[in-house]
Write a protein that binds this ligand. Structure first.
Ligand SMILES: NC(=O)c1ccc[n+]([C@@H]2O[C@H](COP(=O)([O-])OP(=O)(O)OC[C@H]3O[C@@H](n4cnc5c(N)ncnc54)[C@H](O)[C@@H]3O)[C@@H](O)[C@H]2O)c1
Ligand SMILES: [Zn+2]
Ligand SMILES: [Zn+2]
Length: 345
């Protein structure tokens, strides 16, 4: 089969690779029909994630069709159409029993990280019964690709951890796919203000269409002052970090108001300063989270009921064999105006 293989920082190739085989009775092999590229794949290619070794097939999102199952898989059979969660869960370990699937002792975020991922014609899914979801009849499969990672991530790490409330004020730093997923799902709770911050006017324009009440372009380095002004000097109740660099986390430290929450989503590859000299008396909470994908069943219902339309996040389509061009397009979003790209196998 063909697959996108990581060959160390800055290096990748779309090349021939052995087709995966069932390795444990709880495994399923899925034939990928649609996959995509995540900001985290770009972090891996920058060398930010040493857990991902050279030789690894990237990708942790997608939908497909069950090709074969191990003897212990009971929830799926060959031919079933499935949504692949970016988080693999055994359902039995100490963390799974607490619904902290991201830290499953034999799973968690392993796809396209510690084991081969979804940017390929086939993928092996461990603990298939707990890590795949049946695709409801009539569902739009492209929209569902957004439920593998970005919608649960924006919702769980940003909106839930950030305690977004009716009438509250929210700032989301980073208007990429994850920030926009947080923007879409924050509206479940009817906050009064959602301020989106980014360097890219195109993405801020999209954010306005998705429900942002205000936008701030932070290119001039004065975003903290701008957000303070927009909130009557108080700062926000929820500051969601959806970029993954020191400057944006430090911006969240400046704009969080007394009693507020900084909900970090970004994957950080370098150290970030914590300014306790400014924050010690602010009664704030800082949260971090690797998505647990506990909200996937709820999000499937929300999408089926047309309460949100994740397809709005899709800007480009490629065939799987055009994946190198897709990476170029996704990696130069400011020029290409890309959000999520769909790769069709
Ligand atoms: N915690 C988790 O479980 C989890 C899961 C998935 C993704 N992530 C992380 O979430 C982050 C966002 O992912 P994405 O796919 O949206 O990434 P992305 O790179 O597409 O988007 C990041 C956005 O931040 C903007 N930006 C960059 N520098 C900025 C600055 N100084 N000020 C304001 N905005 C700035 C960019 O213009 C872009 O719009 C990444 O770090 C990704 O690795 C975390
Ligand atoms: Zn991801
Ligand atoms: Zn587990």
């Amino acid at each position: 089969m063909k697959a996108l293989v990581y060959h160390g920082p800055g290096k990748k190739a779309f090349e021939d690779h052995a087709k995966p085989e069932i390795a444990a009775p709880t495994d399923a092999i899925v034939r990928i029909t649609k996959t995509t590229i995540c900001g985290t794949d770009l972090h891996i290619l920058k060398g930010d994630l040493p857990s991902c070794a050279p030789g690894r097939i990237l990708g942790h999102e997608g939908v497909g069709v069950i090709d074969s199952i191990g003897s212990a898989v009971t929830a799926f059979k060959p031919g079933d159409r499935v949504l692949i969660s970016c988080i693999t869960a055994c359902g039995k370990c100490e963390y799974c029993r607490k619904q902290m699937y991201s830290h499953c002792t034999t799973g968690g975020w392993i796809l396209g990280n510690r084991i081969d991922g979804t940017q390929a014609e086939f993928v092996r899914i461990p603990h298939a019964d707990n890590s795949l979801y049946p695709i409801p009849a009539g569902a739009d499969e492209e929209a569902l690709v957004m439920l593998s990672d970005i919608l649960p991530t924006g919702f769980e790490c940003g909106v839930l951890n950030g305690k977004v409330q009716p009438g509250g004020t929210v700032a989301i730093v980073g208007s990429g796919p994850i920030g926009l997923a947080a923007l879409l799902t924050a509206q479940f709770y009817s906050p009064a203000e959602i301020i989106m911050v980014d360097l890219d006017d195109n993405r801020l324009e999209i954010a306005k269409r998705f429900g942002a009440t205000k936008t701030v372009n932070s290119t001039d380095g004065k975003a903290a002052e701008a957000v303070k002004t927009l909130t009557g000097g108080r700062g926000v109740g929820t500051a969601i970090e959806a970029v993954g660099i020191p400057a944006t986390f430090e911006l969240c430290e400046k704009i969080v108001g007394p009693g507020g929450v900084i909900a970090n989503i970004g994957v950080h590859g370098t150290k970030v300063d914590l300014h306790l000299e400014n924050l010690w008396d602010r009664n704030i909470t800082i949260t971090t989270r690797l998505v647990d994908a506990v909200s996937t069943p709820m999000l499937l219902n929300v999408v089926a009921a047309h309460k949100i339309d994740p397809k709005l996040l899709i800007t480009h389509h490629f065939k799987l064999d055009g994946i190198l061009e897709a990476y170029e397009t996704f990696g130069h979003a400011a020029d290409t105006r890309a959000l999520k790209v769909i790769l069709e196998a």
